[in-house]
Design a protein around this ligand. Structure first.
Ligand SMILES: *[C@@H]1O[C@H](CO)[C@@H](O)[C@H](O)[C@H]1NC(C)=O
Ligand SMILES: *[C@@H]1O[C@H](CO)[C@@H](O)[C@H](O)[C@H]1NC(C)=O
Length: 283
């Protein structure tokens, strides 16, 4: 019995062997960086977008100790970074939204991060001291197309607008807004990182989801699903809080209660080239 299972065990082992794929960008924050460093041009994230008018990233970010890092931060000695929103997190006069999002520094919308076959890694952790208001819909990570017409994937939580959300305390990963396909969902558990890797095939127009919690190795949780990831654009990591009761253009109307003090912690943001099949399931 055990012998007959041996080949299976061996092939699983070879899958989880650490491999260092070629990186497209690395958003893991070196321990010698401080929040203030994100107000000026840096190699990690854009210093300009997306942040409330008159705010700076140093006021919207909180760096956590290296030891609090996610799966792919720990060996790399990287600091997880919390993204915060307040009543002032109004970007570009979008008074219906509250938002603050990190965009990788090299991701200008027309770069190679949205070409070929790439795997996007990121991890998210709740802040129990600065909880989200689950009466609202939040986007926590997404790719926005270069012409701003769509999101090719969106990780959401809370009460999703226009849907019957059974449990708003859920992470729901949707494919392109154009068809609204739910790719994967899982409980948003306090006290642990939720690790995602999205294998984005910009030629075949598919998305395959890998997931784990804590320090567990990533496992494939979907096939390579048809999903229109065309249109290039920028990857966003942070909070985009939508209003309740909005009509029409909800960037401009709807209700946002005052006194917002909310955050989500991000770790292990990086992207690797998977054109040759390389994907890191462990560090
Ligand atoms: C991968 O990179 C890490 C960090 O630089 C290094 O410690 C490790 O030896 C590398 N692994 C391989 C297989 O090259
Ligand atoms: C959460 O949001 C709802 C809808 O905007 C609001 O009525 C409620 O007061 C909010 N709760 C808190 C604790 O802010």
């Amino acid at each position: 019995m055990i012998l007959s299972r041996l080949p299976v065990i061996l092939s699983l082992t070879s899958l989880v062997v650490a491999q260092n794929c070629t990186l497209q960008f690395d958003g893991r924050v070196p321990a010698d960086l401080a929040a203030l460093d994100f107000d000026a041009p840096n190699d990690i994230f854009s210093e300009s977008f997306v942040i409330g008018q008159g705010l700076t990233f140093s006021k919207a970010l909180r760096l956590l100790p290296v030891g609090a890092g996610s799966l792919f931060d720990l060996d790399a000695g990287a600091e997880p970074v919390e993204v915060l929103i307040s009543d002032d997190s109004i970007f570009n006069n979008q008074v219906g939204f509250r938002r603050a999002e990190l965009i990788p520094a090299s991701n200008n919308g027309a770069d190679a991060s949205t070409q070929g076959v790439k795997t996007l890694h990121f991890s998210v952790l709740k802040d129990v001291v600065r909880p989200l208001n689950l009466s609202h819909e939040y986007q926590l990570a997404f790719l926005e197309s270069a012409d701003f017409s769509t999101n090719q994937f969106v990780l959401k939580t809370g009460t999703i607008l226009g849907q019957n959300t059974a449990d708003p305390d859920t992470l729901q990963l949707f494919g392109s807004v154009n068809d609204g396909q739910l790719l994967f969902s899982t409980a948003f558990t306090p006290g642990t990182f939720h690790n995602f890797a999205l294998k984005l095939d910009f030629n075949a127009l598919t998305t395959q989801v890998f997931f784990s919690r804590g320090e567990d190795a990533l496992v494939s949780v979907t096939d390579a699903l048809q999903n229109d990831v065309s249109g290039q654009g920028q990857f966003h990591f942070g909070l985009l809080k939508k209003p309740v009761g909005g009509v029409g253009d909800i960037t401009k109307n709807g209700f946002q209660p005052a006194g917002i003090n909310e955050g989500i912690t991000y770790g292990g943001i990086f992207q690797e080239d998977s054109a040759d099949g390389c994907i890191s399931l462990t560090p």
